[in-house]
Design a protein around this ligand. Sequence first.
Ligand code: NDP
Length: 517
Amino acid sequence: MKRPEFCNEAFQNFSKPETREKLQAAIAALESQLGREYSMIIGGKRVKAPDQFISHNPSEPEQVVGIFQTGTADFAIKAIETALKTFESWSRTPAEDRAAFCFKVADLLRERRFEFTTLMVLEVGKSWVEADADVAEGIDLIEFYGHEVVRYGGTQPLVRIPSENSELRYIPLGVGIVIPPWNFPVAIMAGMTTAAFAAGNTVILKPSSQAPACATRFVELLEEAGLPPGVVNLVTGPGSKIGEALVSHPGTRFVSFTGSKEVGLRINELAARHQPGQIWIKRVIAEMGGKNAIIVDGEADLQAAVEGVVVSAFGYSGQKCSACSRAVVLKDVYEVFLQRLIDRTKAVTVGDVRDQANFMGPVISLEAMSTILNYIEMGRLEGKLVLGGNRIGTRGHFIEPTIFTEIKRKATIAQEEIFGPALAVIKAKDFDDALDIVNDSEYGLTGSVYTTSRKKMEIAAERFHAGNLYFNRKCTGALVGVHPFGGFNMSGTDSKAGGRDYLLLLTQAKSISEKIA
Ligand code: NDP
């Protein structure tokens, strides 16, 4: 049966009592089974390592989400050998069959939506709404790439000449290493993994050590969908050891990474080194950090701008690559905007995300909290703290939504990615100045402009250097197929995940021609 055309998954409506009760029941069910020990999965076999590590609930760090294997270089080598072997058969699997796996996986994830939503609430401290959106995006990416596999597997447009019959085929690359971050532990992890295997490659998934449960459950779901053993192999453990062993191995054909600038650059460097026996240049797809800005123009709906900045800066505690960390406000509306922003931010609820009432949850770990609090200390020196600035309580990793003013455009907290709930509000002389400020960054991921002026929108469309630019809406919440996602400069290789160019990165084109006259 033909798959219906792609359309984005609807979000759950938690204001409905029955939906709320369903999620509450899912949280209770999952909590009663926490603490299980998970294995790595190599060639379909469950594999244990001598050492283990623990994944904790950041809202309540004593709660153990699961126990995971600390893989070493030996396991990395075993996984690559398995993936190399499986590539021989999987790379010859017809595109329609690979697409069918994607659709099966998307359907299964739809069925298990509440389970994965709950897992993120507990493992990475996402609010219900954020966790639900993450699963919806995961389903979208898998479904979208399924359709893309069919398109790339079909006839490609070429110029015809009378003397030859020509065709262009997109063929897989080989063994890919998929290294996702923890902050979209379903959407990004599942999207990167699925795109890689759907394009005919075999995969070693090395999940973030902060979110191994989400990844392991997903690989179990791939098994349920009937994906042959060895197509996706799961190895867990520290990126600095097992991750580097995977990236450096001569059998690795490509690396698909999403995470910080520092790690992305390190991976790029390691992958560039030619290893004995390696017969290709490794391809690196690296999506990295951001220092995203929202311009609030003098001609703008200020209420909408306040709402957009608050949601972009403090949604998921500022832990999105697309989060707004600089609000650049035109001087004529600066005072009134700032006051309204502070008032609105005071209403942001912070706490354990098992409680639906909390808009903002914890930051991911004790180390992340300490890094963010250090940036906040720096912000106190570089500008004026007008709201927040403190840890909340002593149990989970909670930080108050924090706002600074009087921050210079070159200040550390206006330049470095903080990845927490801290926002710098910067005053601009005019629209030109605002564009200079937002572009004064090594990053170029997302951005937004609130203005009612069509002319300024056109100027910003030309000059605002960001991979994903929005007008009169938040700078987070890219929708698959609608807003292909990826950044410029130090934000990465601009892979445009969830867009029609993405599978190109995971394939190579073979041109085949026959002389006929
Ligand atoms: P990290 O860079 O710390 O980690 C990302 C992944 O890399 C993890 O799986 C990690 O494993 C692994 N890793 C760490 N060191 C190495 C290494 N030396 N070699 C190979 N792999 C390694 O990022 P975070 O997980 O903390 O994610 C947050 C970052 O991701 C932010 O900078 C954010 O902006 C960015 N991001 C970018 C997105 C984009 O689309 N541009 C989207 C989402 C996030 P381990 O956990 O074991 O260390």
